[in-house]
Design a protein around this ligand. Sequence first.
Ligand code: HEM
Length: 227
Amino acid sequence: MARLGLLLVQMIAPLTVVIAGLTLLALGFGETGTREALRATARISLVAFVLAFMARPVHDLTSSAFSAWLLRNRSLIGMCFGFSLTAHLLLISWLIVVRHPDWPEVIGPLDIAIGGPGLLIVMAMTITSFPRVRRKVSASSWKRLHTIGLYLVWFIYTACLVSSFVEKSPPYPAWHYTPLIGVLILAMLIRVLVAIQRRSMLPTTWTIHPCLRTRLRLQRQRETAES
Ligand code: HEM
């Protein structure tokens, strides 16, 4: 079962390439096809991103076999996300080529100013997830890079989807966006609440799960004993 899960996660990156390729074949290699492929790559990568983003809080909340598996394989899931988002980067380059000598209207200054650092940080997170590279980076720098990266990518995803929902053309029905935006907001809420609880900053009466406080305390004691 665990092997099957791992295989499914590892399929995310090849699946992104296949779906992007099929979209281009179906709609053409021009601007329309490339934009659709861009949207598809972002959405498939989102699955891997949410799994990596939620691994820790889901484990804190449920302590199940699934959450333990998710946490154990969080690095690998993150790497699959990084590889999958590489297709987004390649398609952006392709869109620029296709629109040459004009600049693609859909790539505004904000996409470059916010999405650019986002892609760079995703690349840095992916590279530093390889065990050999990870060993060369200090634990605190690694943690800082991956924590900042996760929140930045969450912000970019939310901003892209909200801006598409509000202003992009061609307009798509609301259900193309609202479930994804909802999942992102819910994921952030859970993550922040669990993180606050983990640091014992909430009064006991605010505990979002009856057993969470005790379990987090035991888990923290175990982690301290192991380190
Ligand atoms: C971590 C970095 C990034 C993330 C998480 C991200 C996320 C997304 C998402 C969620 C969409 C789909 C929006 C929709 O469904 O309408 C999208 C589309 C798109 N992204 Fe990105 N993006 C990133 C970086 C970039 C960068 C750096 C650029 C360009 C400089 C860019 C250009 C585009 C374009 C052109 C589209 C297609 C928009 C359309 O045709 O309507 N993205 N991106």
